[in-house]
Design a protein around this ligand. Structure first.
Ligand code: SF4
Length: 259
């Protein structure tokens, strides 16, 4: 009815928003709107609340619709500094490949029984050191050299720990091995060179022997912890036994003694 009024007076520069604070309702409303109108749609989950729950709600609704090709502009409605809203919007568009990355994208492994470092702490230090440089690259912080370089081979640059050393890699290829205490500094130094010189040039400048050193560290770590560093087999046995005995396994139960 409102649209009919606009049409009547010859005003067609209209964008429609059908926000809701319920994510399923918001998604259904925008899907219906996209089938009904040709006008551009402004997406948002309204009154989403403070982060992290507000961020999750906003992302669930907006990302679902954008992935379906629905939506023209977006707005995060967070109970937070508006700068956080703008940052979240930008990062979502970059993550979906709808905007060219302008700044850092730092990824990190969740850590597991193979990690010998505090992955969360190192990732936080790396984020703080790299963020202000505004380098348009993806950087990975990985807990171990056994799986890290392979798991993060899509990252432009990364570092994986092991045997008290950091293994710097570019697109999964080891280029330098540094002492563990220098991991973050080495990452920052290489990130700046990578952006200035490009991937091919930095791969060509890799330390001779770095790959062999990393291979040796990987083999030593693997030998030390074996193929099942996370005691998965024992955990499965414990769950089977507990289920068989009729009691639910306690969340976070340690593996059986002696493993
Ligand atoms: S295997 Fe290594 S890289 Fe993968 S989660 Fe565990 S510590 Fe991180």
């Amino acid at each position: 009815m409102e649209l009919a009024y606009f049409e009547e007076v010859g005003f067609s520069d209209v964008k429609i928003s059908v926000k809701a604070s319920s994510v399923p309702l918001m998604i259904a409303a925008y899907r219906l709107a996209s089938e009904t109108f040709d006008h551009p749609l402004h997406l948002g989950v309204t009154e989403a609340g403070p982060p992290p729950a507000g961020l999750i709600k906003g992302t669930a609704g907006i990302a679902t619709l954008l992935a379906e090709g629905i939506g023209d502009t977006i707005r995060y409605s967070l109970t937070a500094d508006p700068v956080e809203e703008a940052r979240a919007g930008r990062q979502l568009l970059e993550a979906l490949g709808l905007r060219e990355r302008r700044g850092l994208d730092l990824i990190a492994c969740p850590s597991c029984g193979r990690a010998e470092i505090d992955v969360i702490g190192v990732a936080r230090q790396a984020q703080e050191a790299l963020e202000s440089l505004q380098l348009p690259i993806q950087v990975a912080v990985m807990g171990c050299v056994v799986n890290g370089p392979g798991e993060a081979r899509e990252a432009d640059l990364g570092i994986a720990a092991g045997r008290h050393r950091g293994h710097l890699f570019i697109k999964g290829q080891i280029v330098r091995v540094v002492p563990e205490d220098d991991m973050v500094a080495a990452l920052v130094e290489e990130a700046e060179k990578l952006v200035a010189e490009g991937i091919e040039a930095r791969l060509a400048a890799a330390d001779t022997g770095a790959q062999a050193e990393a291979d040796a560290d990987r083999a030593a770590l693997f030998a030390a912890k074996g193929p099942d560093a996370n005691h998965a087999a024992q955990r499965v046995d414990l769950i089977r036994k507990t289920v068989h005995d009729g009691a639910a396994p306690a969340v976070g139960s340690p593996p059986p003694a002696g493993t």
